[in-house]
Design a binder for this molecule. Structure first.
Ligand code: ATP
Ligand code: MG
Length: 732
């Protein structure tokens, strides 16, 4: 390894392989770089074998990057290293050893939706009122207790005599009991059960202590108590522990992160070496100055100034939008320009926001521009199995020829249509050049399907009935019909488990979202609703390697870097969040988050905010975030909004309604993407008969999403827009 590429402090840190080491340094100063190179150095010098190395960080993305970077340096030799998040590392250990704690090794993980369902059930069972004991804060209390390694009995003893906390303790106890009965773990359990396992079983602990000769923790400032204990346990034998972090980037206090873990490292591990890095290699001076100025407003910090030899660079751009659509539109246009004019790639751009809800409008707008993007998030609503199933049913109702959707739900719930049958249907369909659904409808004429004809017809009839009985202008009603008539509801009700309860609630939420859509759209249709959700739901179709813009919350951006960063929604009440506004301590945490955001940018930083934003079911007016005031004007260029006169109403730009926006996207998509227009038998001027609307004349035929959109004026009901494959028209 050529150590000349590093500055002296970095070199020192790489070479200090033995004993406890703390690297405390600001953003972009090469902390992670040191970790990567140190691991490579250790392997290169044969100080350890790959499986003797454990490296922990906070997000899956960061873990993957760490792994890639080490592999990039030493090639295949990196195999067998344990590089992951706290959760993934603990999961690995628990899958092997959890039986010692009485759980079975195929335990389930309850996500936050499941946790909420469970806590509500426990509240009910104990006769505790949700208003007095709000589920969310109850879960927070429990999480807090777990982080402090307080088991229910200890908790109860500690709060003996305190009426309210005793109730909370009882709830905690029941919650934990139910988890255990279901052989399930919540997120906190994953960590604390590992710690518990290690404290109860010296042999298991010893095994891992012997195994991991070198332990690394990146982003150490965000470890909580349990994570701190875990690291100490694991490094207990060799004491070759290297932790890196930045006190200015501590952003997980709400999850119990304890900044003292980093500040007290020297006390905790005696003879620990501490190395500070000050040169930033990531950003331009303008970006760095802005970051330094913002964070300087925090009182409780050690204080450090970053410098760079990168040059001033472009000024930071600031865009003041009228509303969130204009903001998204500006971001979309700027990305187009960066890619088409400045030669950047989509994957060089990241859009960062304070809360996940902000992503929806951005996603819609980017799709409209035809900009490939990816959303980095946990298990999103639309990724949940039950929502995917409902969507597949809806697509099938909309277009029975959608084979993929058919395969997804034909046996969900079970109709005893097994894989072999599905294969036979697929073969029969392929042979006749028709869709699977069409083959199923004529199953009685296909000898291979003779035995299962009845089951197949029951399914096709179900879909046909839902098509005819429901009104396609009311997607919510169609979902309800699907849910009830397909047997899905009965399936979920048949077993009274926490998972099923969560699924039921998610489907109710999905129905609600359809109702909201119906209210917001001028002319709601099932097609538009599906199009609308597909924009959000199909994100997982994007390949992680693909060249796409990435969207994520500021929290998940930690440790990453991008040539161009868009930091949006800089409004008081959103960022800093409403919740944080009453406490200086919390404002400081938000400010650190802002510092994290700014320092992700290498070359271009674009800040934006909207004066008006739809939130909480209404329009909220806000002023610019205080963090914007903290950035001196000399580093910033203010961008004027380009508001063309024709959309101006009384001097203000009229906000585009969501349906306008979808319409636009729809048009752009159908204009741009469609290469082979589907030919239907219909053309403008034809007279047709519709089962429900009667006789009418086709006004226009427009290709759309593999189908055609027909505009028809009916004698009795006036003009309607219908999708070709759905309308099932006959020539008059
Ligand atoms: P953060 O606090 O955001 O996690 P960090 O301290 O971990 O930042 P790195 O991500 O390791 O910083 O480094 C930031 C950038 O600087 C990277 O692109 C890295 O390749 C580059 N870099 C680090 N050290 C050097 C060096 N000595 N010479 C040139 N580039 C360097
Ligand atoms: Mg880092």
């Amino acid at each position: 390894m050529n150590l000349d590429q590093f500055n002296d402090r970095q070199k020192e840190a790489i070479l200090a392989t033995e004993g406890p080491l703390l690297i405390l340094a600001g953003a972009g100063s090469g902390k992670t770089t040191v970790v990567v190179n140190k691991i490579a150095y250790i392997l290169e010098q044969s100080l350890a074998r790959p499986y003797q190395i454990l490296a922990i960080t906070f997000t899956n993305k960061a873990a993957n990057e760490l792994k890639d970077r080490v592999e990039g340096l030493i090639g295949d030799g990196a195999e067998g290293m344990w590089i992951g998040t706290f959760h993934s590392v603990c999961m690995k250990i628990l899958r092997r050893n959890i039986s010692l704690l009485g759980y079975a090794s195929d335990f389930l993980i309850y996500d936050s939706a499941d946790q909420k369902t469970l806590i509500k059930r426990c509240l009910k069972e104990l006769g505790m009122d949700e208003k007095t004991f709000p589920p969310k804060s109850m879960l927070a209390e429990i999480s807090n207790a777990k982080d402090n390694l307080m088991e229910p009995d200890v908790f109860l003893a500690a709060y003996n005599g305190d009426f309210r906390m005793t109730k909370v303790g009882e709830l905690y106890k029941l919650y934990q009991k139910r988890l255990f009965e279901a052989n399930a773990l919540d997120f906190d359990d994953i960590i604390i059960l590992t710690v518990k396992l290690f404290s109860l079983d010296a042999e298991v602990l010893e095994f891992y202590q012997n195994k991991f000769r070198y332990v690394f923790v990146d982003e150490y400032q965000d470890t909580n108590n349990a994570q701190y204990l875990l690291t100490s346990q694991l490094a207990g034998k060799y004491r070759n522990i290297c932790v890196v972090g930045d006190d200015d980037q501590s952003i997980y206090k709400f999850r119990g992160a304890n900044i003292n873990n980093i500040l007290d490292f020297e006390k905790e591990f005696d003879q620990a070496k501490v190395i500070k890095l000050e040169q930033n290699y990531r950003s331009t001076q303008n970006i760095l100055n802005a970051a330094n100025c913002v964070i300087a407003n925090n009182a409780g910090r050690k204080g450090k100034e970053l410098w760079t030899s990168n040059g001033a660079g472009d000024k930071i751009l600031l865009f003041e939008a009228d509303n969130e659509y204009e903001e998204a539109d500006y971001i979309g246009k700027t990305i187009e320009k960066l890619v088409k004019v400045d030669g950047m790639r989509y994957c060089d751009c990241a859009i960062l926001y304070r809360t996940n809800v902000q992503s929806r409008v951005l996603e819609t707008t980017l799709s409209g521009f035809g900009i490939p993007y990816r959303v980095l998030a946990g298990l999103r609503f639309y990724d949940r199995k039950e929502i995917k199933d409902m969507l597949a049913y809806l697509r099938l109702v909309f277009n029975p020829n959608d084979n993929l959707s058919l395969m997804r739900v034909v046996n969900e719930p079970s109709r005893k249509i097994g894989v072999t049958t599905v294969e036979k249907v697929a073969a029969a369909a392929a042979g006749r050049d028709i869709s699977m659904f069409a083959a199923m409808e004529i199953a009685d004429t296909i000898p291979e399907l003779a035995k299962v004809t009845e089951k197949l017809l029951t399914f096709t009839k179900l879909i046909r009935e839902i098509q005819t009985d429901t009104d396609q202008t009311q997607p919510s009603k169609i979902i309800e019909a699907v849910y009830k008539r397909s047997g899905y509801m009965d399936m979920l009700l048949s077993e009274d488990s926490v998972e099923n309860q969560t699924r039921i609630e998610n489907i109710q939420e999905f129905i609600l979202s359809a109702e909201e859509y119906e209210k917001s759209s001028e002319e709601p249709t099932l097609f538009e609703f599906l199009e609308n959700t597909a924009l959000i739901a199909d994100v997982d179709n994007y390949d992680t390697e693909a060249d796409s813009v990435v969207l994520m919350t500021l929290h998940s951006a930690k440790g990453l870097e991008f040539p161009a960063v868009f930091l949006c929604g800089l409004e008081e009440g959103l960022f800093p969040s409403q919740r944080s506004m009453y406490s200086e301590e919390e404002i400081e945490e938000e400010r650190r988050l802002c510092y994290v955001g700014i320092t992700r940018a290498k070359k271009r930083l674009t800040l934006s905010y909207a004066m008006r934003r739809s939130m909480y079911g209404g329009s909220v007016y806000s002023k610019a975030s205080r963090f914007l005031d903290e950035i001196p004007q000399q580093y910033v260029d203010i961008v004027e909004a380009d508001r063309s006169p024709k959309t101006e109403v009384g001097g203000r730009k009229k906000a585009k309604s969501q349906s306008d926006l979808f319409q636009e996207i729809f048009e752009r998509k159908s204009a741009g993407v469609r290469t082979e227009p589907v030919s239907y038998d219909f053309k403008a001027g034809d007279m047709v008969v519709h089962k429900k609307f009667g006789t009418g004349m086709i006004l226009s035929v427009t290709p759309a999403g593999g189908d055609v959109k027909l505009e028809i004026v009916f004698d009795e009901v006036g003009t309607k827009s219908l999708m070709g494959s759905f309308a099932r028209l006959k020539k008059a």
